[in-house]
Each structure stands twice: as C-alpha cells, then as structure tokens.
Design a protein around this ligand. Sequence first.
Ligand SMILES: Nc1ncnc2c1ncn2[C@@H]1O[C@H](COP(=O)(O)OP(=O)(O)OP(=O)(O)O)[C@@H](O)[C@H]1O
Ligand SMILES: O=P(O)(O)O[C@@H]1O[C@H]([C@H](O)CO)[C@@H](O)[C@H](O)[C@@H]1O
Length: 219
Amino acid sequence: MDMAGHSMIVAPDGTVLQSAAMEAAVITSKLDSTAVDEQRHRFYPAGDRSWLTTDHEKVQDLDTVAAKTRLIRRQGSRLAFTNGCFDLVHAGHVSYLEAARRTADCLVVGINTDASVRSLKGADRPVNNEQDRARVLAALGCVDYVILFADPTPLRLITTLLPDVLVKGADWPEAEIVGASEVKAAGGRVVRIVFQHDRSTTALIDKIRASARAPINTF
Ligand SMILES: Nc1ncnc2c1ncn2[C@@H]1O[C@H](COP(=O)(O)OP(=O)(O)OP(=O)(O)O)[C@@H](O)[C@H]1O
Ligand SMILES: O=P(O)(O)O[C@@H]1O[C@H]([C@H](O)CO)[C@@H](O)[C@H](O)[C@@H]1O
C-alpha cells in the first residue's frame, strides 16, 4: 500500500497498525485473524449480535453497578435510576421503564426483595419472587442494570449512585420520592412519569381472584 505523510493503517477500534514516514513508501501490516474476528463482532452489528448484554449479566449488586456506571459516566453518559416492586409486570411498567430510559443513556432499576415487598404491600405479596421479577425486568431492552434491595426504601442505592435523573411514576408526589433531595443537591433532576396505561398489579390480582370465584360457564 503506497502511503506517505504520516498516513496510517488503523484497525476499526482505533489501534494504529502501521504508519508511514514523510516520504512515499509501501507499508504493510500483518492482520491478526483473531483480532479481526473479535472486531467484526464488535463493529459489525448485523453479525451474531454477541455484543447484546444477556439478561443475567444485568442483575448485579450495588458495588458492581456503581463501578460499571462510574466508567460510562466518565465517558459522558448520563445515568437514570428508578425503583419499584414490579411484581406482575404489565404494560404500564413497560411504558414507564421505556420513558425512564429515554431520560438518560443508561437505566438502573432497583427492585425490592420479597421481604421488602411484603413489608410494603402485605403478606400475600409478591406473587412473583425476587429472582423472577429481576429476570423479567432484565429482559427489557430499555433496562441496563437491575439491583435487588432489601431496605424499606432505595435511599442507599440512590445516594451511592447519585444518578443524573431519578425517575418515579406520577402516582408519587415529588415530596414523597425517596432520594429526590439528595439527587437534586448533587446536581441531578427528578422526573415523574405520567401513566399511559391504567394498569396496576393489584388490579390484575383482583381480576384473577374474581375470575377464580366466578361460576364456570356450563353449556
Ligand atoms: N400503569 C402504570 N403506568 C406507568 N407507571 C406505572 C404504572 N403502574 C405503576 N407504575 C410505576 O411503576 C413503578 C413500580 O410500581 P409498582 O410495582 O408498585 O406497580 P403497581 O402496578 O402500582 O403495583 P401495585 O398495584 O402492587 O402497587 C413505580 O414507579 C410506579 O410509579
Ligand atoms: O413499586 P412502588 O411501590 O412504586 O415502589 C416503592 O417506591 C418507593 C418510592 O421510591 C418512594 O419514593 C420505595 O421507597 C419503596 O421501597 C418501593 O420501591
């Protein structure tokens, strides 16, 4: 390859494989086939999509998520955080989480453990256990990380992560949103998402119970 004037041969990830001096010259570079395959997977999105994060990689502890999000925020990405019980996930949850993700570049969701849900919503809740609830949310493309928390509130997660955006449903007045003052004091903002679907887990459970009591149609 005829090159001159500090021309370079650069790999897709920016690695300089070879550079020319001022005078015209032929320069070559041996290509490492393993490196080429690895970069094809990273830079060629129509490939086997191995770059997609698999669900179980998204469910992490707070320290791991704090370290991973610290790195991407140093690169300029903004972090959004929300939390909830997310027992029987419904269309309202999905539209809510998609809207939450759109407020930033990365979305972390705190999910209450089973014991925490029981203390908040009663002894007959949750219907789905914490592992299943985490697994379902991790399958949503708009969710980047899921953290299970046992405390009554997500305050420790929020003060550790100090997200750029704290998101909650509009069913929560800002004054009652845990972490709101801490996030705003750190320069972040609070976003309350208006419901697009009139859904709730409680209503779903009531519907299931009512249908179980209803007489079966006999012909
Ligand atoms: N219909 C909805 N549309 C948008 N967001 C919702 C909707 N229902 C709940 N959310 C939001 O989802 C998050 C998780 O809420 P939660 O798990 O309590 O759902 P829920 O359906 O209200 O459950 P429950 O009936 O058990 O209280 C909260 O931030 C809440 O504001
Ligand atoms: O699913 P819910 O009931 O919306 O989730 C609760 O949200 C509370 C909220 O963040 C208070 O501002 C939180 O304290 C509680 O632990 C549940 O996550």
